[in-house]
Ligand binder design. Structure first.
Ligand SMILES: [Zn+2]
Length: 284
C-alpha cells in the first residue's frame, strides 16, 4: 500500500516540479513513509505543551506573597508560668513569679506570699512596715537594680512594695469616698486586684520628683534611667504611657513589677505590657 502511495508522490512531484510551495506538502508525505518509531519521535518534538509556562507563574508570584510565618512574635513559656483561674476568676497558682493580676482577675483575699523579705535598698521612709517587703527573688533583683543605679550616681528610693488585701481595701475605699468610682478605678485597684499583693511590685521615686508617686518621675533623669535599665535586672514598667486601654491603669512610671530578666528583656524589646506578653506566650 505504501509503495502505491510512493508512486503517486513521484508522479505528483514530476507533474508539479519541486516548487517551494509544495515543500511542506512533500515533507508530510515523507513522514508518512518513515518508520512508525521515527514518526513518533518527530511527533514528540512538536507537541504544544504549555506546562513550562505555567511552572514559571509561581516564581513570578512568589515575590508578592506574604513572607512565611516565623516564631519571632512568640515566646515559648513553661506551663506553670501561665496564670490559672477558678470559675470566679480568682487566681489559683498564686506563687507563680509571672502571675497576672489585673482588673479581670484577682488574688484570693487571704493570699500572703510566704517568702517576704526587706530588700537592702534606700527607702523614702523610716520604720518596719509591710510596704518595705518584697518576695525573696524580687528583693534580690531590686537590690541589683539599686546597686547599678548607685554606681552611675542615680539616686532612687523604694516607696511602696507589698500590700495586704486589708490595706488595699482601706486605700481603695478612702479614694472611693474622695473621688468616686470612675477616677478611683483609673488609679487604684479593687482589693484582691492590686499587683502589690503579689509581693512582686515596688513603687519607686527620686528626690527630683519630691519622693512622690507622680507622672513627673518619668521625666526626671532618675525616672528615665529606670525606664532604660529596669529590664536588665528583671523589672518592667507595669503601666506604661498610653497603655491604659490594655492595662486599665493610667501611666505609672514609678510602679516596677518583677518578671525575671528573660521575660523583662523580651517585653522591653517588643514594647509589650504584661497582658500583651501573655497574648504571645506559647505553652511548652
Ligand atoms: Zn504601684
Amino acid at each position: 500500500m505504501k509503495k502505491k502511495h510512493f508512486s503517486v508522490l513521484v508522479i505528483l512531484l514530476l507533474l508539479t516540479g519541486c516548487s517551494n510551495q509544495l515543500n511542506d506538502f512533500n515533507w508530510k508525505f515523507w513522514e508518512y513513509f518513515m518508520d512508525e518509531e521515527t514518526t513518533e519521535e518527530i511527533v514528540e518534538e512538536v507537541p504544544e505543551n504549555e506546562e513550562p509556562v505555567e511552572e514559571e507563574k509561581p516564581d513570578e508570584n512568589s515575590e508578592t506573597e506574604a513572607p512565611p510565618e516565623t516564631d519571632e512574635n512568640q515566646f515559648i513559656l513553661d506551663e506553670p508560668f501561665f496564670t490559672v483561674l477558678n470559675e470566679e476568676k480568682v487566681i489559683e497558682n498564686t506563687d507563680n513569679i509571672l502571675v497576672l493580676v489585673n482588673k479581670n482577675q484577682s488574688l484570693p483575699a487571704d493570699y500572703v506570699p510566704k517568702d517576704l523579705t526587706i530588700p537592702e535598698v534606700p527607702f523614702s521612709f523610716e520604720g518596719d512596715f509591710d510596704k518595705k517587703y518584697l518576695r525573696e527573688e524580687a528583693a534580690r533583683a531590686l537590690e541589683d537594680l539599686f546597686a547599678a543605679a548607685e554606681t552611675e550616681n542615680v539616686e532612687i528610693f523604694a516607696v511602696s512594695g507589698y500590700r495586704s488585701y486589708e490595706t488595699q481595701y482601706g486605700i481603695y475605699n478612702t479614694y472611693l469616698k474622695k473621688w468616686g468610682e470612675e477616677k478611683t478605678n483609673a488609679v487604684s485597684a479593687i482589693p484582691g486586684h492590686s499587683e502589690h499583693q503579689t509581693g512582686l511590685a515596688m513603687d519607686i521615686s527620686s528626690r527630683s520628683a519630691g519622693l512622690d508617686l507622680t507622672e513627673e518621675f518619668g521625666e526626671t533623669p532618675e525616672g528615665k534611667w529606670v525606664k532604660e535599665r529596669a529590664s536588665e535586672h528583671g523589672f518592667i514598667i507595669r503601666y506604661p504611657h498610653d497603655g491604659e486601654v490594655i492595662t486599665g491603669y493610667q501611666y505609672e512610671p514609678w510602679h516596677l513589677r518583677y518578671v525575671g530578666k528573660e521575660v523583662a528583656a523580651y517585653m522591653d524589646e517588643h514594647d509589650l505590657t504584661l497582658e500583651e506578653f501573655f497574648d504571645r506566650a506559647i505553652k511548652q
